[in-house]
Every structure is written in structure tokens, then in C-alpha cells.
Design a protein around this ligand. Structure first.
Ligand code: FAD
Length: 318
């Protein structure tokens, strides 16, 4: 079922959902199930599965030469989506990237998703590969999430890349897109970022999922700015319980979000790793409760491979 249908059917009650990462190459799918199993008691109508593009690694050869290797460390998005739908009978939502895909690859990926009975996809640009500073699209690939949304919307109308294809079946994907309550790192300002978010909606995106944030006032201000700009689709907040002291630096660096002073103080005060996790959980519970009171349709949690702290948050708020 589509995310927008889940929202319509929820009788205005906030629902629980979460995102998982495919395991590192070599690990078993059981590692994923072990993370999902405890969270199923909160009845998530859907589970997102991230997509991880290739990375470049350089191996030093005898004589000092470097060999460039292309590796994908977390393959398996499609297989995991199929396994989730099969095992748990809930919607699995694959993330689809521009990066690393030609438009032809994207078309074939979406055909697979349609055949698997997947009703929703999240359309993203993806980041630059780790060894490069700026994002580069593939030759004949989509450059922005906006272009990808156009391609998916076209397929929903039965428009394929090759005009000569016979019997053009229309896909019927509900399309999610990303947004950033603290601005995407490359956007010159919030106004420009919201301008392009609106273009994604006009191109056919049905709902928005936000980057993680730790200060609800940033989410509320962002939603207000989106509504003022004429964006009317649901804006699902993304949350992550902070889990380690290291994340005080890692999260702002990697996700370009600020951590509130009060949260930093709580984490620095904590004497043990367990106490740090507890501080992160308590903060996330408070955020979740306030967002539920504000009537958000979903609380979408980023598991980043570990579900025990999300379980603790959800046990208190759902
Ligand atoms: P876009 O919407 O294309 O925006 C990128 C930047 O370009 C923004 O600054 C925007 O303002 C600007 N812009 C947009 N359109 C135009 C235009 N037409 N002309 C000029 N400028 C424009 N990454 C992964 O690799 N795998 C995942 O599974 C994944 N899942 C994610 C899920 C969520 C909810 C979020 C928030 C992010 C996720 N990401 C994932 C990270 C994401 O790929 C990066 O944040 C990426 O840098 C931007 O993706 P986007 O879809 O927001 O890009």
C-alpha cells in the first residue's frame, strides 16, 4: 500500500516506521531480521531500505603503483525489500539513487520493483563518491532527485525511455523525496532548497521524509516555510537517538545538522557508554512526544544498523 494511503487510513494517529541499512557484504540477512524482529510489535506499516552506491578503493601494488578498485560495501537493497515484504507482510520502500545509475539502469530497477509488488520508492540524488568532493551524475544518468522524480512519474504514466516499446504498462509508485530542516549542505540558502523541494513535488513526489534533526523547533519552522511556499504533501520527520559520544562530532560532520547545547551537555555528563545511550534515548523520547502532540503522521527512525535504542524509544511513545 502507498505511504499516502497509510497516512489517510491512520485516523490522524501518528504511526511508527523506520529505516534500515543493508548489512556489510559478507553478512547474513539474519542480521537484518534480528534488528527488525523486535520493532515489529510497534506495527510499522512500512520499512525503508537504504541504497549504497559503489566506492573507490586504492590498493598499493609492489613498486608503489596504486590499483583503483570499485567496491559496493552494502549491496542487497532489492533482495532485502523482497525478503521484508515476504516475511513481515509490510511495505518495503527501496531508496533509489541518481548516483551510479544511468537512466536505463533506473528504468530497469523500477521495473524490478514493480514486479516485486513494491508500491513506494524514495527518490534521491545520492552523495558524491567518497574520494570526490562534488556529486557527478553518470553519463546519461539523472543529475538531481528532481530528474529522477520526473523519470518515475513518466513511468507512472506509461512513458518509457524507448518510445518504440510495445504494451507500455504504467507503474504506480508513490514517490517519497528527501528534505533538510537545517538546509542541504550544498544549497546556498533555505529559500533555494525549498524552491527545489517544491519542484520535486510538482514533478510528482507524494511525500517528504526529513533528514534527522535534534531540535524540533527546526522541523516546525521548516514545515511552516514549506507550507508558506505552497508545499502541501505530508512531511515525515526523521529521528535518530544519539548513541555514542563519538557521534557528537560524527553527526554534524556527516549529516550537516546541529546538536542542541542541552543534549551535548547531557552526553558529556554521562560517565559510561550505557549512560550516553540513555541520554540519547531520553532526548529522542522527548522529541517524539512533542512531535506526536503536534500531529505528525509518522515518526520515522533511522536505525543505522542497531534497533535496541529505537525499541526503547518506541516502547515509551507508542
Ligand atoms: P536533490 O533534491 O537533488 O538536492 C541536492 C542539492 O541540489 C540541494 O542542495 C538542492 O537544493 C539542489 N538542487 C536540487 N535540484 C536542483 C536543480 N534542478 N538545480 C540546481 N540545484 C538543485 N543517500 C544514499 O546514498 N542512499 C540512501 O539510501 C539515502 N537515503 C536518504 C534518505 C533521506 C530521508 C535523506 C534525507 C537523505 C538520504 N540520503 C541517502 C542522502 C542524500 O542522497 C544526500 O543528502 C544527497 O546529497 C542529496 O540528495 P537529495 O535527493 O536531497 O538531492
Amino acid at each position: 500500500m502507498k505511504v499516502t494511503e497509510h497516512i489517510r487510513q491512520s485516523a490522524e494517529q501518528t504511526q511508527f516506521s523506520f529505516e534500515i541499512l543493508p548489512p556489510l557484504k559478507g553478512q547474513n540477512i539474519q542480521t537484518i531480521f534480528d534488528n527488525i524482529d523486535p520493532l515489529m510489535e510497534f506495527n510499522p506499516p512500512f520499512i525503508d531500505v537504504t541504497y549504497h552506491r559503489e566506492e573507490y578503493e586504492y590498493k598499493e601494488l609492489p613498486g608503489g603503483l596504486l590499483e583503483k578498485r570499485v567496491v559496493r560495501k552494502r549491496p542487497g537493497t532489492v533482495g532485502i525489500c523482497a525478503a521484508i515484504q515476504n516475511k513481515y507482510k509490510v511495505d518495503a520502500i527501496p531508496h533509489v539513487l541518481c548516483g551510479g545509475f544511468t537512466k536505463e539502469d533506473t528504468e530497469n530497477f523500477l521495473i524490478d520493483m514493480g514486479f516485486l509488488g513494491i508500491d513506494n520508492v524514495v527518490a534521491l540524488r545520492g552523495d558524491a563518491v567518497k574520494s570526490e568532493t562534488y556529486f557527478k551524475p553518470e553519463p546519461k544518468g539523472n543529475a538531481y532527485a528532481l530528474d529522477l522524480v520526473h523519470q518515475i512519474s513518466d513511468m507512472n504514466k506509461g512513458v518509457y525511455l524507448d518510445e518504440d516499446i510495445q504494451n507500455k504498462a504504467q507503474t504506480d509508485f508513490c514517490i517519497g523525496v528527501a528534505a533538510y530542516p537545517e538546509k542541504h549542505m550544498e544549497a546556498p540558502n533555505m529559500e533555494s532548497d525549498i524552491h527545489f523541494l517544491k519542484k520535486k513535488i510538482e514533478a510528482g513526489a507524494d511525500y517528504v521524509v526529513t533528514q534527522m534533526f535534534f531540535d524540533n523547533s527546526k522541523y516546525f519552522a521548516f514545515v511552516d516555510s514549506c507550507r508558506a511556499a505552497g508545499i502541501e504533501v505530508p512531511i515525515i520527520p526523521g529521528l535518530k537517538p544519539l548513541a555514542t559520544q563519538k557521534q557528537l562530532n560524527m553527526i554534524p560532520h556527516r549529516f550537516h545538522v546541529d546538536l542542541p547545547e542541552a543534549l551535548i551537555k547531557e552526553v558529556l555528563k554521562a560517565k559510561t557508554r550505557e549512560a550516553v545511550r540513555e541520554a540519547g534515548i531520553e532526548w529522542c523520547i522527548a522529541q517524539s512526544k512533542e512531535l506526536i502532540d503536534a500531529g505528525v503522521p509518522f515518526l520515522h527512525y533511522y536505525s543505522m544498523g542497531k534497533s535496541d535504542n529505537i525499541h526503547k524509544v518506541a516502547s515509551t511513545v507508542f
